[in-house]
Design a protein around this ligand. Sequence first.
Ligand SMILES: [Cu+2]
Length: 67
Amino acid sequence: MTTKTFTVPNISCNHCVHTVKSELGDLAGVQSVAASAETKQVTVAWDAPANWEKIESLLKEINYAPA
Ligand SMILES: [Cu+2]
């Protein structure tokens, strides 16, 4: 399992947190998603078939690109 913590500048409230968590959670292979509106930090844990490229492009698609 791979875990990565990164900043998403566009996270501004709990709705954003909810969106990021549910969208990433739907990606096959993603095991857990933690996000905070206060720190704008997201931690994702994943296994194959997910990978960082897929996670990053999904986040860009929904306008929550990682910094
Ligand atoms: Cu928001």
